[in-house]
Design a protein around this ligand. Structure first.
Ligand code: CP
Length: 348
């Protein structure tokens, strides 16, 4: 049974929501997050970001390495007037001397939101089981929802002339990674046609396609899983990701042999894409493998804009998931407690 928290930052936690996959949210809800991103990006341009996370803390559990997700959440918390605590595997007892559930209970009493990058979706599930604050999946090997928010926002910012999101086709070049799965689902939710282009051995499993079928029925989007590289001619968005993850290093040679050179993103490949095409990459990039340096820094690439939009997304996430729990004290309340404490201090 969940024990209600006694923490002052942790009152009224009815309607607690977590972010495991963007597929759990309706298009309308995601649209609101994207709207929030637009407002926050504009506020950042004016160096006038409202302190909507003031006196709040995000507890960040990271079992695996990260540049973008870590830095964007830490910076987002600072810009919004709050604070982030980075907790790597070696900093806390998680999974060694303390259960995931107890870690969630304790962090919930001290932090206002938890972000976790985990080596398994079970860890996210364990945190959610006992957390009384929102838990945000910062990549759990299955889904990468915070990346998706930045990706859709970036595509929206770079739409080809006269086109809307629902007019587009996105090609994911490579393996059925967490990013590939997440893109399949968010694209089909938004009416964006999706293609995974790569060797058959690395194609998405049917269970993900069945989830996409539900989205397609609603949005009218289609998907295609193909080995045919010529299909890039139908795509306005070409998306790159590593051909192997850090836990698959023993497969690296086999994977590179399967993907290279046919599925490498080059400027020549981008020229074959549909008019107005853009290159996205979740980064980090291996510029001698899935994408060339020339393409990554070239005229088609918006990969570094996309990376910066991770910060915009994380600001929106921190606010979206915590705003309903903000309980501003009155001046009278602050004065009351200040007087009580000062009275005691005078007696010390
Ligand atoms: N794209 C992404 O999640 O980057 P990091 O692994 O650096 O966080």
């Amino acid at each position: 049974m969940k024990t209600p928290s006694s923490s002052a930052t942790n009152l009224n936690k009815k309607n607690l929501e977590h972010m495991v996959t963007m597929n759990d949210f309706s298009k309308q809800e995601i649209d609101k997050m994207l709207e929030l991103m637009t407002l926050l990006k504009n506020a950042r341009k004016d160096n006038a970001i409202p302190e909507l996370f003031k006196n709040k803390t995000v507890g960040m559990i990271f079992e695996a390495g990260s540049t973008r997700t870590r830095v964007s959440f830490e910076t987002a918390a600072t810009l919004l007037g709050g604070h982030a605590i980075f907790l790597s595997k070696k900093d806390i007892h998680l999974g060694a001397k303390e259960t995931v559930e107890d870690t969630a209970r304790v962090l919930s009493r001290m932090c206002d939101i938890i972000v976790a990058r985990t080596n398994s979706p079970d860890t996210i599930e364990g945190l959610i089981r006992e957390a009384t604050v929102p838990v945000i999946n910062g990549l759990d090997t299955v889904y990468h929802p915070t990346q998706m928010l930045a990706d859709i926002f970036t595509i929206q910012e770079h739409l080809p002339d006269g086109k809307e999101l629902a007019d587009l086709t996105l090609a994911f070049m490579g393996d059925a990674t967490d990013v590939c799965r997440s893109l399949l689902l968010i694209c089909t939710k938004y009416g964006i046609n999706f293609k995974q282009i790569g060797p058959k051995k690395y194609h998405l499993e049917d269970k993900w396609l069945r989830l996409a079928d539900i989205n397609c029925q609603e949005s009218g989007a289609t998907y295609e899983i193909t080995e045919d590289i010529e299909k890039v001619s139908e795509c306005e968005v070409i998306y790159g990701d590593s051909f192997y993850w850090t836990t698959q290093l023993e497969e690296k040679a086999e994977r590179l042999a399967a993907f290279m050179p046919e599925y490498v993103i080059t400027n020549e490949l981008m020229k074959k894409a549909a008019p107005g095409a853009i290159l996205l990459h979740c980064l980090p990039a291996n510029d001698k493998e899935e994408v060339t340096r020339e393409a990554l820094e070239g005229e088609y690439s918006v990969a570094f804009d996309q990376s910066e939009n991770r910060l915009t997304a994380q600001m929106a996430i921190l606010i979206y998931f915590t705003h309903k729990f903000i309980k501003e004290p009155t001046i009278e309340q602050i004065k009351f407690h200040e007087n009580k404490i000062n009275d005691l201090l005078k007696k010390l």
